[in-house]
Design a protein around this ligand. Structure first.
Ligand code: NAD
Length: 475
């Protein structure tokens, strides 16, 4: 089965092919072989995209919210109808298994449906004033937005930004990640086929540095939304400071998982192991640092290792695969270096630990007794690796959970309700899952604290992130 998506830029309602533009190869991470070439946007393309987003904004912001919503609902419908094809494209360019890829497309459709409706409930408020006077507070679209989204959930994380921005009345210019131009092009094809007016949404593949510098420096762009690593986020915030421009930053995490001895251990293991290896661990909220209460530590390790050894790894299009390769050449190299460092500092390898022979595969891996000095306890592995350590007391567990500068997601497993309440209050994270991993849901905010960024996507907070507040007083 080939890679069938035709890769193009989408600017001012027109598809632009590779002719006259630089083209760069993209590879299938299961084989490391090239499967297509993606055209890179030139400086002239970016100027055209900026002018189009600027020109289209006044009409789009004043388009009736029902009409905006109808286009977003139609986009969702088309994504659902095309989910099999888009899912296959996603698997071929990113590596994740087809079931996860298709679920990601369906989740993206859900975002468009949800924001199409949520925008209608944006009521503002009226303040109490003497008779004849009126003070009201309204939210309005911020203006043309630049989005930068990553390759780990390439269509879902792009949809999160674009659906909320368009629903609120903003126009967008999106730079998708280099690795995954196919599924992101399909998202824009659905928008185009749903009748998005010219200039409202543009897709510019290409050089991240050229695109981010050009778009962020332009006075046309009023807001930047980025998902990716803390380092790149910091760099983009510096560029945005010259505006100064509003930013939403969804950055890295290093999620702790506190396993207390009163949890249902078998049930917990059945949940945590598949969750750890979902998308080969390339998930910003992936459960990573497992702190396990001493009395059940060895039983936990045994159960985790046994289940890990059974995870079948292979091409994501093979129905038997439960985990695919990592998304690019950088990941197995980085993960391998972190594991070597941990081993040298005394960690035990209880499962996996090695690269695959072909493509960008890496074995599902469990490390035990990992010292805090190991790099992997401090730097997000962003790969299929679980690290574990025992703890004795509640306070010690919280101290370990909060010891890093990151604060995206945290998880805990316990049947004790009072402890669960206290955990929710004391863990420093933007999202806490207690006996669950279901954090990325359409109606709840998703975002981090500390160096994991600020601002939220999802829920009404996601819509508000593309709005400015105005108070209007009338005497
Ligand atoms: P990276 O830091 O080079 O890039 C991270 C993301 O930012 C990529 O999507 C990339 O396309 C984009 N990017 C890079 N430079 C940019 C620029 N100048 N302007 C705009 N966008 C730019 O890292 P990588 O090797 O692609 O990924 C590795 C690390 O990134 C992981 O270890 C993980 O910490 C982080 N990451 C986080 C998420 C997330 O969901 N928060 C997603 C992907 C990667």
């Amino acid at each position: 089965m080939g890679y069938e998506t035709e890769l193009k830029l989408f600017i001012d309602g027109a598809w632009k092919s590779g002719e006259g533009r630089d083209a760069h190869a993209i590879v299938n991470p299961a084989t490391a072989n090239p499967i297509a070439e993606v055209p890179y946007a030139s400086r002239a393309d970016l100027d055209e995209a900026l002018a189009a987003a600027d020109r289209a904004w006044p009409d789009w912001r004043s388009t009736d919210v029902e009409k905006r919503g109808a286009i977003l609902h139609q986009t969702a419908k088309l994504l659902r109808e095309r989910a099999d094809d888009i899912g296959r494209t996603l698997t071929q360019e990113q590596g994740k298994i087809f079931a996860e890829a298709k679920a990601e497309v369906l989740g993206s459709a859900q975002l468009f449906d949800w924001y199409a409706e949520e925008a209608k409930r944006d009521y503002g408020r009226t303040l109490v004033r003497p008779a004849g006077q009126l003070s009201r507070v309204i939210r309005q679209p911020v203006g043309p937005v630049a989005t930068f989204s990553p390759w780990n959930f390439p269509i879902y994380l792009l949809a999160k930004k674009v659906s909320a921005a368009l629903a609120s009345g903003c126009t967008v210019i999106s730079r998708p990640p280099h690795e995954t131009p196919g599924c992101t092009t399909e998202l824009f094809r659905a928008l185009a086929d749903a009748g998005i007016p010219n200039g409202v949404a543009q897709l510019v593949h290409g050089d991240s540095d050229l695109i981010s510098r050009t778009l962020i420096a332009s006075p046309i762009i009023r807001k930047i939304s980025f998902t990716g690593s803390t380092g790149v986020g910091r760099h983009l915030m510096k560029l945005a400071a010259d505006g100064p421009k509003r930013v939403t930053m969804e950055l890295g995490g290093h999620a702790p998982v506190l396993i207390f001895d009163d949890c249902d251990l078998e049930k917990t293991l059945d949940m945590v192991v598949p969750q750890k290896f979902r998308n080969a661990g390339q998930v910003c909220v992936s459960p990573t640092r497992f702190y396990v209460q001493s009395g059940i530590y060895e039983a936990f390790l045994k159960g985790f290792a046994t289940r890990t050894q059974k995870v079948s790894v292979g091409d994501g299009l093979d129905a038997d695969s439960r985990m695919g390769p990592l998304a690019n050449k950088r990941r197995p190299e980085a993960v391998g270096a972190l594991i070597d460092d941990a081993k040298a500092k005394g960690a035990r390898v209880l499962a996996g630990g090695e690269r695959g022979d072909t493509g960008f595969f890496f074995q599902p891996t469990l490390l035990a007794d990992v010292p805090n000095e190991a790099e992997i306890m401090n730097e997000e592995p962003f790969g299929p690796v679980a690290v574990s350590r025992p703890f004795d007391t509640f306070d010690e567990a919280i101290e370990q959970a909060n010891r890093l500068p990151f604060g995206l997601a945290a998880f805990a497993f316990t049947e004790n309700g009072r402890r669960a309440n206290l955990l929710g209050d004391t863990i420093e994270a933007g999202m806490v899952g207690i006996n669950t991993f279901a954090l990325s849901v359409v109606d709840a905010p998703f975002g981090g604290v500390k160096e994991s960024g600020f601002g939220s996507e999802g829920g009404k907070e996601g819509l508000e992130s593309y709005q400015v507040v105005k108070a209007i007083h009338q005497a």
